[in-house]
Structure formats: C-alpha cells, structure tokens
Ligand binder design. Sequence first.
Ligand code: KIV
Length: 285
Amino acid sequence: MAKKKMIHDFYSMKKNSQKITFLTAYDYPTATFAEKAGLDMLLIGDSLGMCVYGYESTVPVTMDQMICHSEAVRRGAPNTFIVGDMPFMSYQTNDEKAVESAGRFLKEAGCDAIKLEGGVRIKSRIKAIVEAGIVVMGHIGLTPQSSGQLGGHKAQGRTAATAKLVMEDALAVQEAGAQMILLEAIPPEVGEAITKLLDMPVLSIGAGMKCDGQLLIVSDMIGQFQAFTPKFVKKYCNVAEVIIAGMEAYCEDIRNSKFPEDKHCYHMLDGEEDGFLKYMNTLKK
Ligand code: KIV
C-alpha cells in the first residue's frame, strides 16, 4: 500500500512537475475504491447535496451532513489525504464561526484539510483558520455557493477585466496563508498563469491541463449523476447503465422464479426437518 501523502508531498509534486490526482468521494465504498485506485487526494465536496441528496444546489447542505460523510470517507480511505468542504453558512458570517466549523472536520471526521470558497472577500476567514493550525485549500473562479451572485453556474474570468479579478482572488488566498488552491471553470490561460505565479499546489476543475493537478466530481466521472453534465467533465465509465441493467435482471429473475436458487437458501440443519414436519402435522385439522 502506498504511503499516505501529506501537504509537503504535494509541494514536492508541484516542484517535480508530477500531477496530483484528486476526486470527490462521499461514502465509504467509493472511498475504498479511490484508495485502491491510488488517488492522491479526496474531497468530501458539498456537491453531495446534488449528487447524494438530490437537492437543486449545494446551499441546503449542513455541517452535520458534511461531518457524517467525511467520517465515512475517512473510514474507507485511511491512507489518503482528505479535504472537507465547508458548506454554505458554516463560515460566511464571521471568523470565529469559520474556525469552529473548520475544526470540526479535523476533530470529528479526521480530515487533513478544509476547503472554502472565495478570495479577496474571505481573506480574514482563511487567515483565522490557518492561524488555528489547519491546512486550507482556497477555491476561486466559479464558486457554486455564490452562483446566484455570479448569474448562475457560469465560467469566470473570460474577459481581461474578470481574469484580473480571478488573479486578485488567487493572490488573496496565497497572502492569507492557504496552502493549496482549487480553480473552477476558468480559461486555461488564466489557470496556467496562476499555476506559474503561486508557490502552492494549484488544483483544477475546468481550469485547463497546465495546473498542478486535476479534480472531478466522482458522480460525473463514473456516470452516476444524470441531471446535467458540466463542460469540464470527462466520463470514464457509465455505472448508471451497469446498475440499471443489474436491477432489470433482478426483477426479471424474481418475476420468472429464477431467484433465489437453492444455493441462496439456508436449509434446516441435518435431522431437524422430521421434527419440524411432526410439529406442522399437529397444526393440521
Ligand atoms: O463540492 C464540490 O465537489 C466542489 C467542487 C465542485 C469543486 O466544491
């Protein structure tokens, strides 16, 4: 089994131009698969609101839900670096609340780091969490928790003026002391510029191939989430097809009395059947 990577390993990977592999996971079985597949890092994303709970956005997700899922992922991937995603309203109000919420991911769920959305406007939150001794991953570009303000789930930084704003956010995240940053849905040119400018590992979800590592949402990547597919997604398999085919075959077997077979049955222990039949006869009128 590969040794668990820690934050300094990701800095070495950046230095040595080795790409970092990053994927979301929300549950125990997926985490076991991810660890077996050799993922470097897992994110318990608040995207579980849509992918697991069927909400329309990430906004309703609570801290308690995030902690529950993070605990399950930690049990499934004990040797993988895991990042807990701060849900909406767990850090927006003030620095104290942000530190308290971030601390829960480490204390209760055994996460190695936390992620939160925003740059310039949440600089003091990042600083406060870092000062509490917690590894922080910033998240800028398309920030789904504030998609209302962004006019929907839209790519960011596609004009010179908005690319400058993305760059200012990246610099604010670095100045606040975060140790990693995630760029979502921005042009590859901007992703590359930020990757070159910042010392910290830069992860991408829709920010081009020049970043230090790549993230996808597992439910998109394995073809499980059906509602919509962002442009940055590549589907590597289609588990929905496999699962639906399996369920159809199961129904078919039941309807045709092909399941269960004898090998699926718990027969009575040797010599016990006679006694049971005698008892049954006493019930007959
Ligand atoms: O919640 C999540 O999975 C995320 C990704 C969309 C980056 O934050």
